[in-house]
Design a protein around this ligand. Structure first.
Ligand code: PLP
Length: 456
């Protein structure tokens, strides 16, 4: 066959794609009728599609391109590593330089005594590791009955059998017989949508105490761990009330259960600290990482684990691992990516500089008649759409219809924003400039106006 190129006509690219390529989280027939948007190049915060449009990517790909697109250093490191040692595994008492360096670097960056890393190829795989690791931990401690993991509805921890079960997305559970046994879901701290009867502070406490109620219902000696994203991402960037995390930390301490912070989105500067756990003031026993670890340039994920958990797991042979655990090219790229984040002060930029500007501009979207709330932590934010701000009423149309419309208008206006139901979300590259932030807000406003006109 003749391979197509980035310069081939859009219709040809779309036809070949529709014929053979099955897309994640996509309705195949709807896409087939419409044709996929074909992205051909990217630089900084900007994508180019096969029609030559330049599109501002306010989602950093899938929340991952923290250092922006087009970083030659990352490509060069990958090429060098491929020539030196393109692959070797880390099974059976073997290691290599990129993996040991990256593990040590992550131990340096991670808070507290999170000093040990188990590598995976993705966030889903890392959460599968966590599921097995916490159960193995308790079994090794002579408490094998502690096998229940508590999670939250509307959490996203991946879409493999294990991680999809840990997550609380009903759309995922519906397909393929999930969740697996031993995962219990509690309600999320989504004050805007679910807490209107109460203050954010009281609601935050109420939703945290749902964890204690679940522990008591299941039996404190049965619960292995609680897993949560410091700020829920794919669920719609749900920023918890300030009272939530301190209360959760108290509860996990009280019952001695492990806390797993899923930092796949929040990690590596996204929230204005290296990790969302630092922003939220929590002390996890395990952190899941992926995405921003390599800025998405190459697949890699991992679990960063405390001294205590690592030492207990070290008492046995942990029969777990992936061919690509600690892949040398991925580790080399991740190390270089971390160097860029450090040298360019991107975490500080998010906390003290452009992140502050983004917050001001993003929060001004609440002046729009269709925006009920705007919430943002560092460089992850969301706005809630509503036809009536005072009552937070939902739209008459089925949930998500208006969000989808606004997202389509964003596309038409060359801005990538995602919608989760009737929330619109952003998570731009951390290198976004003030001018680009202005463009983002202008295009978002225009898209809201056009969406509003369509539903009014
Ligand atoms: N955990 C969180 C919080 C995520 O947002 C994601 C992906 O979006 C995952 C886990 C799964 O990561 P991956 O898609 O790399 O498997």
């Amino acid at each position: 066959m003749t391979l197509l190129t980035a310069n081939s006509p859009t219709a040809e690219l779309q036809a070949l794609d529709a014929a053979h390529h099955m897309h994640p989280f996509t309705h195949g027939q709807e896409l087939g009728a419409k044709g996929a948007r074909v992205i051909t190049r990217a630089e900084g915060c900007w994508l180019t599609d096969s029609d030559g449009n330049r599109i501002l990517d306010a989602m950093a790909g899938l929340w991952c391109v923290n250092v922006g697109y087009g970083r030659k250093e990352l490509a060069e490191v990958a090429a060098r590593q491929m020539q030196e040692l393109p692959f070797y595994n880390t099974f059976f008492q073997t290691t290599h330089v990129p993996a040991l360096n990256l593990a040590a670097k992550l131990a340096e960056l991670a808070p507290g005594d999170l000093n040990h890393v188990f590598f995976a190829g993705s966030g889903s795989e890392a959460n599968d590791t966590n599921l097995r690791m916490v159960r193995t931990y308790w079994a090794e401690k002579g408490q094998p009955q502690r096998d229940v993991i508590i999670s939250r509805w509307n959490a996203y921890h991946g879409s493999s059998v294990g991680s999809g079960s840990l997550g609380g997305m009903k759309g995922i559970h519906m397909q393929g017989g999930l969740p697996i046994p031993g995962v219990h879901h509690i309600d999320q701290p989504n004050w805007w949508s679910e807490g209107g009867y109460s203050t954010p502070e009281a609601f935050g406490l109420e939703r945290a105490r749902a964890l204690e109620a679940a522990i008591l219902e299941i039996g404190p000696d049965r619960v292995a761990a609680f897993i949560a994203e410091p700020v829920q991402g794919a669920g719609g960037v749900i920023v918890p009330p300030e009272t939530y995390w301190p209360e959760v930390q108290k509860i996990v301490d009280k019952y001695g259960i492990l806390l797993i912070a899923d930092e796949v989105i929040c990690g590596f500067g996204r929230t204005g600290e290296w990790f969302g756990s630092q922003t939220m003031g929590i002390r996890p026993d395990i952190m899941t990482v992926a995405k921003g670890l390599s800025s998405g340039y190459i697949p890699i994920g991992g679990s960063i684990v405390s001294d205590e958990v690592a030492s207990v797991i070290g008492n046995t042979e942990f029969n777990h691992g992936y061919t690509y655990s600690g892949h040398p090219v991925a580790c080399a790229v991740a190390l270089e990516n971390l160097r860029i984040i450090e040298e360019e002060g991107l975490v500080e930029k998010v906390r003290d500089d452009t992140g502050v500007y983004l917050r001001e501009r993003f929060e001004s979207l609440t002046d729009h008649p269709m925006v009920g709330e705007a919430k943002i932590v560092g460089m992850m934010g969301s706005i809630a759409l509503t036809p009536q701000k005072e009552t937070r009423a939902p739209f008459k149309a089925e949930a998500g219809t208006v969000g989808f419309k606004v997202r389509e208008r964003c596309f038409a206006n060359n801005l990538i924003m995602r919608h989760v139901g009737d929330r619109m979300i952003i998570s731009p590259p951390l290198v976004i400039s003030r001018e680009e932030i202005d463009t983002l807000i202008e295009r978002a406003w225009q898209s809201l106006d056009e969406g509003y006109a369509a539903v009014k």
